[in-house]
Design a protein around this ligand. Structure first.
Ligand SMILES: Cc1ncc(COP(=O)(O)O)c(C=O)c1O
Length: 452
């Protein structure tokens, strides 16, 4: 069968494929990607792009790893699938769970596998409620999340996600989810005199728990560094205080490490930067570097004990057909092996510093750059503003963010923007020269759109 032409592919796509966040206005000239190697992807026209966002913040070990393809093939030939429901198991799922517990926070005791981030957070919320019911506190059901947080878009995950455009056409949201301010230093409102942004943002959590009643709150969920909501890096005093508040008020702390896990921030998992440990951790993306879909939650010993000691008719009645999928777990194992062998957290830290310093040098005095965020591995953003003094944003109809993104694509760098924040989260194998190119292309693209 002859390969269809790019024009035929685009026509079939537009007629028959619905994309995430679909609107035809944003899909008139889709790029069709056909190949990837390292930090570079190639489209159907043969044009190459530096992958500025590691696919969707997930291709941590880079594109084109033969070993991962071989791991999937070997496992599929041996045993592609069998149920992992209670009473049966498989070797890759057992081995990967054991491996991950060895790599994660020392409080983590057991893993439940999912197929992605939203399923992981759904599992985390249900497990938090389960835990409190098992402990005789059935009214502890509410989940506190944060504005600008992104936790996926299935029912509960969407309700935890703190961005209204994700809700608008799908309301009503699941009841019992509420939002507080994130520690977004550049735009935080309401710190008291003498209070740091980290302290004030953490105070909002304590106030919300007290307002709602601690006996009604099951958990607080936070990304260690907010990803899709703007790459918001918290001040150092935030998470230690959050941990204290959660412990004090008996609220479980769920860390959504879907982006920040698996070496992205220069550590295996990001709360290590602040010496803090969660009760439940969600992961996905980097666990397989996107080669096959996989995610999961890890839970601490108390939660595992609760799962193990309830009577059978109160069991943890939660499941997915593909939980512990053998081929996905085999790829996860090989992926983790590559990260360890190549010590990818070290390159993430080194290149992350180069990226952050380079962005500060390039954009520090720029009249339309309000904030430059980064400094923890390969996760950074540049926030453009209409007026640096007032921090006023550009009118939405000027589409400054999307235009910068398009200018970057023209210059051979693929990344994404939210509002006027331009994101940088390349594969962890990126080189010095490629980091420098990301920055130079961002500078030229901003100049092309704003004239400076
Ligand atoms: C922090 C975070 N949590 C959850 C999700 C949802 O993951 P998925 O798209 O695999 O459902 C994402 C996706 O970008 C994410 O960034």
């Amino acid at each position: 069968m002859a390969t269809p032409s790019p024009a035929d592919l685009i026509k079939a796509d537009q007629e028959h494929l619905i994309h995430p966040l679909h609107h035809p206005m944003d899909h008139s000239e889709p790029l069709i990607f056909v190949k990837g190697r390292g930090a570079v992807v190639t489209d159907v026209q043969g044009r190459e792009y530096l992958d500025g966002l590691a696919g969707l913040w997930n291709v941590n070990v880079g594109h084109g790893r033969e070993e991962l393809a071989q791991a999937a093939e070997r496992q599929m030939r041996e045993l592609a699938y069998f149920s992992n429901y209670v009473g049966s198991s498989n070797i890759p799922a057992i081995t990967l769970a054991d491996r991950l517990i060895g790599l994660a926070y020392k409080t983590m005791q057991a893993v439940f596998f999912t197929c992605g981030g939203a399923e992981s957070n759904e599992s985390a919320f249900k497990t938090a409620r389960f835990y409190w019911k098992a402990k005789g506190k059935p009214d502890k059901v509410k989940i506190i999340a944060r504005r600008e947080g992104y936790h996926g878009v299935t029912g509960q995950a969407m309700s935890a996600t703190g961005m209204a455009p994700y809700w608008k056409m799908f309301e009503p949201r699941v009841p019992g989810f509420l939002h507080i301010q994130p520690p977004y230093a550049y735009r935080f409102q309401g710190a008291k005199p003498g209070e740091t942004v980290g302290q004030a943002a953490a105070r909002e959590l304590e106030e919300a728990i007290l307002r709602e009643g601690q006996d009604t709150v099951a958990a607080f969920i936070a990304e260690p560094i907010i990803g899709g909501g703007g790459v918001i890096v918290p001040p150092d005093d935030y998470f230690p205080r959050i941990r204290e508040i959660c412990t004090k008020h008996q609220v479980l702390f769920i860390a959504d490490e879907v982006i920040t896990g698996f070496c992205r921030t220069g550590q295996w998992f990001a709360l290590t930067h602040w010496g803090v440990e969660p009760d439940i951790m969600s992961f996905a993306k980097g666990v397989t570097s996107g080669y096959l879909p996989l995610g999961g939650i890890m839970v601490n010993r108390e939660i595992k004990d609760a799962i193990d000691t309830v009577p059978p008719d109160s069991r943890w009645m939660h499941a997915y057909t593909y939980s512990g999928h053998p081929a996905c777990c085999a790829v996860g194992l090989k992926n983790v092996e590559i990260m360890e062998r190549e010590r990818l957290w070290e390159n993430a830290a080194r290149m992350g510093t180069r990226l952050f310093q380079g962005l500060k040098q390039t954009f520090g005095d720029h009249p339309h750059v309000g904030d430059i965020r980064g400094g923890k591995g390969l996760l950074a953003a540049v926030e453009l503003v209409a007026d640096r003094a007032t921090k006023a944003t550009f009118p939405a109809e000027q589409k400054v963010g999307p235009r910068v993104q398009a200018e970057m694509i023209k210059r051979g760098v693929a990344t994404r923007t939210r509002g006027e924040s331009v994101f940088f989260a390349p594969p962890l194998v990126i080189t010095d020269a490629q980091v420098d190119r990301l920055i130079a292309v961002a500078r030229d693209a901003v100049k092309a759109v704003l004239g400076v």
